[in-house]
Design a protein around this ligand. Structure first.
Ligand code: LLP
Length: 414
């Protein structure tokens, strides 16, 4: 099902003409489809119906409250990685008992916040952190729920920046260290062991690393059982790849079946998954306007009003985001690079794409930009951050206003 599609010559988001949104809210503008978001959530939930599953949305992909609220109403929990994200998740309506807190550098302050708010679990990433949580919980006269994040010896194939397991990764701990941590945690009055966590990487297109991780997790659970340690859930992380040709290769049903198979000895244990990108990437597009057309025969550029400060992924990971015209034209076509206004040579969205008679003022849509788009945006080059709009059928709603010059200087002394 497509939610960004042409009706005649004009690109629409659901039933709203995108050119209308650009006129009303100006550019650069993030546009999201509520229907697409819900479609993705339900699609994923259907795949994992085999086991009782809680889908915890990884807020880092896009933490806009309205998108979060839409997922929360569908039944989702939240996976967070900072005190800020705990507060955002609560503000968006997620129940604290459905919030998981991951991250290698949780501060004491963030740990106290998590304990105080009664989150579902800390995904603990080192022995030192486990001891710190025990200490803080004890000082607060509370019991902190913990899961150990295990870094299984599996190398997932993806961009090196988005691999989160294997030898070189800073995330989680090895199986033997994890085993010691569970044994230690069992003896602490201020800790309650609730689960096991693992997350192998992001934008993965093969089910293999998931199947391998499930097998290792199953074996690890049996090892824990010998110590009389049983868990209420196993959290196998997110990372499901979307967008592009490779997507056809991602066999979610295989992953779901592997989980059901490997964990069948633990029928009272719940499965948790932590998708970010899968839910929001294709639900969003970044709308931009051509400011200049420049160049000579060999190198021609469309300079647009969005930059790498708005969408960093092409510059940082070499990620491909299709760029398409908002109004289809007739006429002569040419080959162009699409570049932003930032003073960096990496500020290129696509290279060597064909466009039909592009002109100053024309609108372009950069697709699959809903995940790690706005959430990784910055004010680099002193550019106020973009606005965000949510489309629901034929209604559009501003869900974050555009920043102004005042927002750039707000935190400096006058
Ligand atoms: N759980 C944990 C513990 C994670 O570290 C991540 C992502 C997720 C869940 C969600 O992964 P997803 O389903 O969205 O792939 N900025 C990069 C992606 C970094 C992902 C980091 N961790 C990008 O734009 O591709």
């Amino acid at each position: 099902m497509k939610f960004f599609d042409y009706k005649g010559k004009n690109l629409h988001a659901d039933r709203v003409d995108i050119a209308f949104l650009a006129r009303k809210f100006k550019t650069p503008l993030y546009v999201y489809s509520r229907a697409r978001l819900i479609h993705q959530y339900r699609k994923l939930a259907r795949f994992f119906e085999l086991s009782p599953t809680l889908i915890c949305y990884a807020l880092k992909a896009n933490s806009n409250a309205l998108l979060c609220r839409t997922l929360q109403k569908e039944g989702a929990g939240a996976e967070v990685v900072s005190g800020g994200e705990i507060l955002l998740a609560l503000r968006a309506g997620f129940e604290s008992s459905k919030i998981l807190f991951s991250g290698v550098g949780k501060t004491r302050e963030e740990i106290r916040l998590g304990i105080g708010r009664g989150i579902l679990s800390f995904n603990v990433e080192s022995f030192e952190e486990l001891k710190t949580i025990a200490e803080e919980a004890s000082k607060m006269r509370r019991t902190a729920p913990v899961s150990v994040r295990i870094n299984f010896p599996i190398e997932a194939k993806t961009h090196p920046h988005t691999v989160t397991s294997g030898r070189l990764s800073k995330f989680g701990v090895g199986e033997n260290e994890a085993f010691k941590m569970y044994q230690w945690a069992k003896k602490q009055r201020s800790l309650e062991i609730v689960g096991l966590h693992s997350h192998g990487g992001s934008q993965l297109f093969s089910s293999k690393p998931y199947e391998q991780a499930a097998k290792r997790a199953g074996n690890f659970l049996r090892r824990l059982k010998t110590q009389n340690i049983s868990l209420s859930f196993v959290d196998m992380g997110g990372g499901f790849g979307v967008g592009g040709e490779e997507e056809k290769d991602l066999k979610l049903s295989r992953i779901a079946r592997a989980y059901a198979r490997e964990f069948k000895d633990f029928p009272s244990m719940k499965l948790i998954i932590e998708p970010g990108r899968f839910l929001v990437a294709e639900s969003g597009a970044l709308l931009t306007r051509i400011v200049y057309v420049k160049g000579e025969r060999k190198r021609k550029f469309l300079i647009v009003d969005a930059g790498m400060n708005d969408l960093l992924r092409p510059a940082l990971y070499g990620a491909h985001h299709p760029v398409i015209p908002v109004v289809k034209k007739k006429g002569q076509s040419g080959i162009f690079d699409v570049a932003g206004p930032i003073c960096e040579s990496a500020d290129i969205f696509v290279r060597g794409e064909r466009f039909v008679s592009p002109q100053v003022g024309d609108l372009l849509a950069i697709l699959n930009a809903g995940a790690y788009g706005f959430s990784m945006s910055s004010q680099y080059n002193s550019r106020p951050r973009a606005a965000e709009v949510l489309v629901d059928g034929k209604i559009s709603r501003l869900i974050r206003r555009r920043e102004s010059f005042e927002d750039l200087v707000r935190t400096e002394p006058a």
